[in-house]
Ligand binder design. Structure first.
Ligand SMILES: Nc1ncnc2c1ncn2[C@@H]1O[C@H](COP(=O)(O)OP(=O)(O)OP(=O)(O)O)[C@@H](O)[C@H]1O
Ligand SMILES: [Mg+2]
Length: 489
């Protein structure tokens, strides 16, 4: 790709970017949220037509105008935002637009399911080709998205943040698949905000900043600090305000909380001014616990107390009334209205409060938006921009802003920095600490061990739906946590 320019109304997303991918190489594409990574790859995959610049495959200039044309040229994009059809089966999604047919045009269902089953097996998937996509977890949906790419005889496969919702186990399977593709001479573009992955699997790294090309480096000849500097134009400050605040009174307490076979007998407290981290493997029950506290699930036994009073949380509006907010794990499905603008997404839960007569008081709303836009450095040309048009990481910041704007007493964040670039990640960690300082009680759920260790005052570990052990920040380290979450007493 040479000198590619792509503009949107009010945004110059790509300003003369070049990228060269060789056969059998893993080429990492790095840059802050909104730097233009997904846009560059969407022009390669026929989803956007560039304003200028050229694309050549095997030395031949091409102009893919639709994803199908790109596919025919051997370019496959595995999307950052899942793009599956929820009410179709796994097999139908995997072969969408290219269902195997018998003569007379009837779909060959046997062949469809046989071929899909083969791919699922290669990916070590534990669900069947006949499952409905709507019934799958996000991680499994991600695997379906990857399965789709394996149906094509590809020259270039693009992974846009593929591991954001995968477990460590699934990640290893993905890395095996990437190694296979590489060995077969496929060129791979790999987008991720996780440096350890970049350094583990890539051969070269290209860095974008603000839609411009900042350079290409051999992975073996560089390091995280150098790459980060190229990405954000400064060195990262990891130090943080960590002086011990005496925790305040107990804000949340659960006693013997159960939810069917999802989790049992969960008892813990969170005090004002305290960040309590929840560590556990996928399926340990952490997200389900958060959903129960937020009224999305009904506890089957036990009590929830807010400020010492037992409360019934039958719905999210009950939870909000009691001062409980949840930044959910899957923002796209639970947190955002994509067709609405940035301001309205942030003020959505408070519309009743802000409503002045039959009209919304726009000034108040705008003020709220601007406060959180600045605090979270949300990159958007204006409050009017539709959330659909923001980059993945900036969409995520909108969800966080929305729940912060509620000024809850208890804030639960589930995987708060998934898909967030390293610079903003440090910002969000700082923000979580600041909020605790300001008297919020905070629960952080994260599958990233360093993140949990970094932000928490106390860490609760869960295994198979039960609380294993509690650690203070001082006594916890990666190996003690790994033992606890794997059920090793
Ligand atoms: N369809 C669109 N309409 C308007 N603006 C867009 C559209 N798609 C992307 N943009 C803008 O282009 C810029 C680059 O976005 P892009 O999605 O490529 O970022 P990214 O590097 O993939 O970021 P992230 O790491 O957050 O996924 C952003 O400012 C984004 O808001
Ligand atoms: Mg992106």
């Amino acid at each position: 790709m040479r000198d590619v320019v792509k503009t949107f109304p009010a945004v110059r997303a790509l300003d003369g970017v070049s990228l060269e991918v060789r056969r059998g190489e893993v080429h990492a594409l790095l840059g802050e949220n909104g730097a233009g990574k997904s846009t560059l790859m969407k022009t390669l995959a026929g989803m956007f037509v560039p304003d200028s610049g050229t694309i050549a495959i095997d030395g031949r200039e091409v102009q893919p105008k639709t994803p199908l044309e790109a596919k025919a040229l051997g370019v496959v994009l595995i999307h950052q935002e899942l793009s599956l059809v929820e009410d179709l089966t796994v097999a139908e999604n995997v072969f969408l637009g290219a269902l195997p047919r018998r003569r007379l045009g009837f779909v060959d269902w046997d062949k469809l399911h046989r071929q899909t089953a083969g791919i699922l097996q290669r990916l070590n998937c534990d669900f069947s080709s006949t499952s409905l996509v709507a019934d799958l977890s996000i991680a499994r949906k991600q695997m379906v998205e990857i399965a789709r790419a394996l149906t094509v005889d590809a020259k270039v496969v693009i992974f846009d943040e593929p591991t954001a919702s995968l477990t460590d186990q699934e990640k290893l399977v993905l890395f095996d698949i990437i190694a296979d593709l590489k060995a077969a001479g496929v060129g791979i573009v790999y987008i991720s905000h996780r440096m350890e992955e970049i350094f583990r699997i890539s051969d070269r790294i290209t860095v974008l900043r603000d839609g411009t090309y900042r350079g290409t480096l051999e992975t073996a000849g560089t390091n995280e600090a150098e790459v980060t500097r190229l990405m954000i134009g400064r060195t990262l400050d990891y130090s943080q305000n960590r002086e011990a605040v005496a925790p305040g009174e107990i804000v949340l307490e659960t006693r013997g909380l159960c939810c069917g076979d999802l989790f049992q007998d969960v008892s813990f407290t969170v005090r004002a001014g305290e960040v309590v981290g929840f560590s556990g493997l996928i399926g340990a029950g952490r997200s389900e616990l958060a959903e129960t506290l937020f009224g999305l699930r009904r506890p089957t036994a036990g009590t929830i107390l807010m400020n010492g009073t037992s409360v019934l949380v039958g719905s999210p509006s009950d939870a909000i009334r009691h001062g409980i907010s949840l930044v959910p794990e899957s923002r796209k499905e639970q947190g955002l209205v994509l067709g609405m603008n940035c301001r309205d997404n942030i003020t959505l839960p408070q519309i009743d409060k802000l409503r002045a007569g039959p009209f919304l008081s726009s000034a108040g709303e705008l003020e709220i938006y601007e406060t959180y836009q600045k605090r979270l450095s949300i990159r958007s040309p204006s409050w009017r921009q539709l959330v659909r048009n923001l980059s993945g990481g900036n969409q995520q910041k909108i969800v966080i802003g929305k729940w912060l704007a509620m000024k809850p007493r208890l804030l639960i964040v589930d995987e708060p920095t998934r898909g967030i670039d390293v610079g903003s990640k440090a910002e969000i960690h700082k923000l979580i600490r600041e909020l605790a300082h300001g008297g919020y009680a905070i629960i952080v759920i994260s599958s990233e061990m360093p993140e949990i260790l970094h932000v928490s005052d106390r860490i609760v570990t869960m295994y198979h739906g039960r609380v294993m052990r509690e650690f203070s920040a001082a006594e916890a380290n990666e190996s003690s946590l790994v033992q606890a979450i794997s059920g090793i007493a």
